[in-house]
Write a protein of this length. Structure first.
Length: 325
């Protein structure tokens, strides 16, 4: 049976929520924090919010930037912030593996923001009853790329964090960027989605004053500033449908019935990892005859070409149209 809430408990939870929302790498304002908490269901005035921040600054290592109003707040550099529930050994292993995967994909400042969590994971493993076994685990698993690996492009400091926050809060972005022709541009955009393709990150957005979506590569964004003004979510927009429609050069916009022959030695993995739920595989003269209904994409064509002479007799018939006899 859950105990009834009390004013003291409600106040403690509010203070924890304020501490949790204070960033480490940039300043936030009392107005911004107040808006976030009100949206989250907390009932408090802006003046009460400011009093809580004054009290927290006197008891926690939180910086207050008083150079302009409203004042800015952030955790002091090098401070790890709040330590909430400890990680279990399995959670710590997961965090360490995640660090290996995302360190090369995110800006250095973002990785730095996560450093306290990674440090907690590392300490948890070192303090475990079998620290040697835990450390060896990280050397027992590895993910290999299926294509030529590329180094991630550099993203300007703060851009990823600002874009990410504006996307989450559905606020307008003031961007300075270079287009594909290397021309410097400036625009107010509505952030609608982030898409990672390989090691590159793209922002799907709508330019203010227009009614269609466009794509901006994050490495080409030189400056980003989140505005206080929100925007109405475009009716009917869905990121998954947008990607499936071929805007990232992956789709030909149709389903096809694909068939081909592949050498048995290199095609056995398709028996274990099929191309589709309706895939069929049959042996034919020492080779595998594969048939599956798939979406025709640039990736599919590259994948087929990548097998070289091991794949032959490739045929694609649009679904719904009779195959040639």
């Amino acid at each position: 049976m859950t105990a009834p809430p009390t004013p003291a408990l409600d106040g403690a939870l509010l203070l924890l929520e304020i501490l949790r929302r204070i960033p480490r790498q940039r300043y936030t304002t009392s107005v911004h924090l107040h808006n976030q908490l009100v949206a989250a269901g907390f009932d408090l005035s802006l003046r009460t919010m400011q009093r809580h921040l004054d009290a927290l600054c006197s008891r926690f290592p939180i910086e207050c930037d008083t150079r302009s109003k409203p004042f800015g707040y952030r955790w002091r550099e090098g401070v790890e912030g709040l330590h909430l529930p400890l990680l279990t050994p399995s959670e710590a292993l997961t965090m360490q593996l995640a660090r290996q995967e995302i360190a090369s994909l995110l800006p250095a400042r973002t990785v730095k923001t996560l450093a306290p969590l990674f440090a907690t994971a590392r300490q948890t493993l070192e303090d475990s009853p079998t620290p040697s076994a835990a450390r060896r685990w990280l050397g027992k698993v590895k993910r290999l790329p299926e294509s030529q690996p590329l180094l991630p492009p550099r993203i300007a400091p703060d851009v990823f964090e600002v874009v990410n926050e504006a996307l989450y809060e559905e606020r307008k972005l003031d961007l300075a960027y270079r287009n594909a022709r290397n021309q410097r541009k400036r625009a107010i955009v509505w952030p609608l989605g982030l898409v990672q393709q390989g090691v590159r990150l793209y922002l799907v957005c709508r330019f203010e004053g227009y009614d269609n979506e466009r794509i901006l590569a994050l490495p080409r964004i030189q400056q980003a500033r989140a505005l206080t003004e929100t925007f109405p979510w475009p009716k009917g927009f869905d990121l998954e449908r947008y990607c499936a429609a071929g805007h990232f050069g992956l789709s030909q916009g149709r389903q096809v019935r694909l068939s081909f022959l592949i050498d048995k030695a290199v095609g056995q993995h398709l028996v274990e990892s099929p191309l589709s739920m309706d895939q069929t595989v049959a042996e034919r003269d020492g080779r595998l005859a594969v048939t599956a209904t798939v979406e025709e994409t640039a990736l599919l064509h590259r994948w087929l070409r990548g097998w070289g002479e091991a794949v032959s007799d490739i045929e694609m018939a649009p679904v719904g149209e009779p195959e040639e006899q």
